[in-house]
Design a protein around this ligand. Structure first.
Ligand code: SAM
Length: 267
């Protein structure tokens, strides 16, 4: 295992990695930061391109870490042994992770979504909260759905906060980006049900057994699902609100609707 030793937090490579906290820089480079050995291993096992791995001397002997470093070399990336101070700078936590990876992003487009081979896609319209987006990616992975389609301006699935919330699922779930107009056009070729979720319907989610493959449409945290997307659904469902809260958190609503729609259809 060959690793470069870096001890200065002002090293240009460390500064470049730190700059990936900015969306603009992630867009320019196509790279993103992953914190923690467990999530880095997930990326390695799923064949994502690893450009940098930074680790503390304490982790150097771990066989899993050594596997990641060898993989980084195969990807023509750079492995670096760094100080606690550098890891703290890169992971802004009081208790920083002892391993940081920098991977290439894998954003996809609608032309790679094959309805014939699909089971279920979650469609998020203008999702704003990275914690919600990361949690939804993790849930999509857990239930074994195909992926997420991000419609219009959404928060970045590769921000540190979103990636952290995915707990490694950022590597196993397909992420597609599109505009509202392109999505509406593309939806015309979808043979299965298109389920909208909204508070503005009286259809209880338990009354619906969808015909697959499914598109599950979720609205923005403040504005809900737009009229334009509501108009292209085959049906809209509501999760009953029995207390004083007027709506569910987006990621919670996605989790409940996803299990409710996908599980009966699989049987
Ligand atoms: N003020 C927004 C509205 O009136 O739609 C609330 C948006 S809610 C926080 C974000 C998204 O979560 C909604 O667009 C919908 O997709 C989903 N959602 C939340 N609670 C829901 C419920 N009880 N039934 C169906 N969908 C729900």
């Amino acid at each position: 295992m060959v690793a470069k030793l870096i001890s200065s937090p002002s090293n240009p490579i460390i500064k470049d990695i730190k700059a990936l906290e900015m969306r603009k820089r992630r867009k320019e480079t196509g790279l993103f930061i992953v914190e923690g050995l467990r999530s880095v291993i997930e990326g390695v096992e799923l064949g994502a391109t690893l450009k940098y791995i930074a680790f503390h001397a304490e982790s150097a002997e771990k066989p899993e870490l050594q596997k990641c470093v060898e993989y980084c070399e195969k990807c023509k990336g750079l492995a670096m042994e760094v100080t606690s101070e550098i890891l703290a700078k890169l992971s802004h936590k009081d208790n920083p992770q002892s391993v940081i990876g920098v991977f290439e992003q894998r954003l996809s487009s609608l032309k790679y979504v094959d309805p014939q081979k699909s089971k279920c896609w979650v469609v998020l319209e203008q999702v704003r909260d990275p914690g919600n987006l990361g949690t939804i990616l993790r849930t999509v992975d857990a239930i074994g759905a195909d992926g997420v389609i991000l419609v219009e301006q959404c928060c970045d699935p590769y921000s540190v906060e979103a990636v952290r919330a995915t707990m490694g699922s950022v590597f196993s779930v397909a992420i597609v980006q599109t505009t509202r107009d392109d999505f509406i056009e593309w939806r015309k070729g979808w043979a299965g049900d298109v389920i909208g979720t909204t508070l503005q319907t009286s259809v209880d989610f338990r009354e619906v057994t969808p015909k697959g493959p499914i598109l599950l449409l979720m609205g923005n945290e403040q504005m809900g699902l737009s009229d334009a997307l509501r108009e292209i659904t085959t049906t809209c469902i509501r999760l009953p609100m029995n207390g004083r809260a007027d709506s569910l958190n987006l990621s919670v609503a996605t989790g409940i609707a996803l299990y409710a729609m996908l599980e009966p259809w699989k049987k």
